[in-house]
Write a protein that binds this ligand. Structure first.
Ligand SMILES: Cc1cc2nc3c(=O)[nH]c(=O)nc-3n(C[C@H](O)[C@H](O)[C@H](O)COP(=O)(O)O)c2cc1C
Length: 212
């Protein structure tokens, strides 16, 4: 009887060990695949932000570290990417978080030309409601392209809002919270750039380690 209990316990332990090993292996291989996918999506988004003829460097390898800043919605060090042409800096692409989306944080890439005008804005991650707030996604609507070329001088402070709040940018039918959060984040990024332009232009572009 005791022998049978012992055998059963051993078999169960063996199955538990094999199961645990399989879970851990799957987790590890999935995590590395997710990193590869994230990198590919980042490259795709970076490339879609700037017209190819405007820069000649490898954007993904030109990351600079940006200290956390309220205007960028960040609480940890983030990355910005500098675009250069013939070694002259032509634009910066910031990782920005709009913390006041309808369903939480909206992660954005915001490209700003050195003259302070918007090169492009892309939503890289969000949880906004399909059919309502998700029109911020370029795959759903062209709304996000309305920021192109705008700057702190092309629109007044009051215009950097959705129409419902007296501003320039359309909201969506039945969904004002999401576009309001994005407009606010883009405006804040331009303010950040205005305040940090000199330091950014002086920053030496050096690759950062993937863990940074
Ligand atoms: C289930 C549900 C999901 C919603 N999702 C969103 C959303 O993703 N983004 C958004 O701005 N509003 C969303 N809304 C609407 C907001 O609650 C709010 O009414 C709206 O943003 C205000 O816009 P309006 O002033 O144009 O009505 C959602 C509402 C419901 C009931």
């Amino acid at each position: 009887m005791n022998r049978q209990v012992l055998i059963t316990a051993l078999v169960l332990t063996l199955f538990a060990a094999i199961g645990g090993g399989l879970v851990s292996y799957t987790e590890q291989s999935t995590a590395s695949q997710i990193r590869v996918n994230d990198k590919m999506m980042l490259l795709h988004s970076l490339k879609s932000l700037l017209p190819a003829q405007r820069y000649d460097n490898d954007l993904a390898s030109s990351a600079i570290s940006i200290a956390p800043h309220q205007l960028l919605g960040t609480t940890k060090t983030s990355r910005a990417y500098s675009a250069t042409k013939n070694t002259d800096t032509v634009a910066f692409i910031f990782n920005v978080i709009a913390n006041n989306g309808y369903n939480g944080k909206i992660y954005l890439l915001i490209g700003v030309y050195t003259d302070g005008s918007i090169a492009g804005v892309r939503v890289v991650r969000h949880k906004e409601t399909p059919g309502l707030g998700d029109a911020i996604d370029e795959n759903r609507s062209s709304w996000i392209l309305n920021f192109n070329q705008h700057s702190l001088s092309s629109l007044t402070e009051k215009q950097w809002k959705v129409k419902r709040d007296g501003g320039y940018f359309d909201q969506f039918t039945g969904a004002t919270i999401t576009p309001r959060a994005v407009v606010n984040a883009v405006h804040n990024t331009l303010l950040y750039y205005q305040q940090h332009k000199a330091v950014l232009l002086q920053a030496t572009t050096k690759p950062v380690s993937p863990k940074e």
